[in-house]
Ligand binder design. Structure first.
Ligand code: PNS
Length: 161
């Protein structure tokens, strides 16, 4: 049988409803979807890798074909190790395109067998990014309709201390 396993890589610091929307869409078109958190990100994250794994695991528990993993080094190597044929990425607006195009082409250069699948999240999340969520929350803004409730709770704990 021909099954498709895809990796949805990212920083997820933190998970947003936009990410979740993409996971829901992706999980409908591939057989197995692995949400993969980059461990050695150059960005200095607010949440530890373990905290992000916990949040994503809880938020994706309802999907029978979604798992959570972490990776270091090249994405193409992780995909090979996972025997995944595709990478899933979201494109919100034209501004995402250039960066995504470069990454997809570089990954294709590194592994011509690996395909990148692009999906668009729901329009209501097109302006949502982890970076904006953190900055708006830290300035006292309400982000409760843009991230899962457990992420709001974790943001409160993080910024209280
Ligand atoms: O959510 P992000 O931060 O936009 O995700 C970026 C990510 C993790 C997908 C990207 O930085 C990545 O794949 N890093 C792993 C290193 C790698 O493979 N680099 C070459 C690909 S261009």
């Amino acid at each position: 049988m021909h099954t498709v396993k895809a990796i949805y890589p990212g920083t997820f610091d933190p998970l947003t409803n936009g990410h979740l929307d993409l996971i829901a869409r992706g999980s409908k078109i591939v057989d197995e979807l692995v949400v993969a958190i980059l461990r050695n990100s150059e960005k200095s994250p607010l949440f530890s890798v373990d905290e992000r794994v916990e949040m994503i695991t809880e938020a994706t528990a309802e999907f029978g074909n979604v798992t959570v993993a972490t990776f270091d080094g090249l994405l193409v190597d992780f995909c090979r190790q996972q025997e995944a044929k595709a990478v899933l990425r979201g494109i919100r607006a034209i501004s995402d395109y250039e960066y995504e195009f470069q990454m997809a082409m570089m990954n294709r250069k590194l592994d011509p067998e690996l395909e990148t699948l692009f999906m668009m999240p729901a329009e209501k999340y097109t302006y949502v990014s982890s970076r904006l969520i953190k900055s708006v929350f830290q300035l006292g803004g309400d982000v409760s309709s843009l991230v899962p409730p457990m992420v709001v709770e974790r943001l409160k704990v993080k910024t209280a201390g």
